[in-house]
Design a protein around this ligand. Sequence first.
Ligand SMILES: [Zn+2]
Length: 353
Amino acid sequence: MLEKLAEIEQVGLATLAEIADEAALNQWKVTHLGRSSAIMDLFKNMGEVSKEERGAVGREANQVKQALEAALTQKMAALREVALRRSLSQERLDVTLPGRAIPRGRLHPVTQTLREIYRVFADMGFQVYRSREVETDEFNFQLLNFPPHHPAREMQDSFYIQSQEERGDNPILLRTHTSPGQIRAMREYSAENPENPPPVRIILPGMCYRYEQVSARYESQFTQVEGLAVGRNITFSNLKGTLSDFARRMFGQNVRARFRASHFPFTEPSAEMDIECFLCGGEGCAVCKSTGWLEILGCGMVHPTVLKNGGYDPERYTGFAFGMGPERITMLRRKIEDIRYFWANDLRFLEQF
Ligand SMILES: [Zn+2]
């Protein structure tokens, strides 16, 4: 019997030594220490052992069982140690690696330009006035002194909301410029005090829509920033002073500006403002077409008819207005050659700003 016990211990320890993973270890535990293992069988059948031997066999059996259990505990710890070492070496963190950048959203390049324009005009006392994008022909054209069949209408082909049959003589359309907001703002201000309407100092930013042949230079949607100042004794030199100051604040303290005569139905006289080309310093380059000047905005004194349509007496009030294209300014400053990039939602473009 004692020999059998020695064999049980020997076989148990030998097989245990060969085990290399936890699943095999669990199996070993069932085989060598489980309910139907050889050692447990021996305890169950202790009654068959003679009285003389029973004491010695019992002690020995207990020792074998304890030895097997101790060996099992040791093996378990050893396997855990191996597993821990493996996971430490395989999942090692290299703390010297640079961190992964968190993807951050950015402002659209045109929004950045718009905000800069807002800031410059806010410093000069102008407020932002937001007007509707869906307009009537009356506000988009008629009240701004575009008579029906005026040739300038053809330059601003429109997206109409209604079908040809529904249109009538005051069709609804997507605004082709921010100028209808001039009439809405003036009427809102003059309604406060029709006898003595308050001065107006506003800029009107927003999206405009034209039924254009889309190309590198023309988009069917684009933003505009319109400006309007109406009050007593406002003169053309106020216009020149305000816009020259804008040019310096926006494009640099030393930038020169010039005004050229132009024509718009809603201003009289009208002008276009150029600034010295900031790409070549006025030397002449491909962007300024060797002239040294960049066309930045259109402007003029508010036409008396427009003042009247806004509720301001043109005998007592004067004003100036101007309009510019933030896309064009962004293109010039960022050297972007195709206006279609702005609203094509291509992340490869947008992520550069
Ligand atoms: Zn140039």
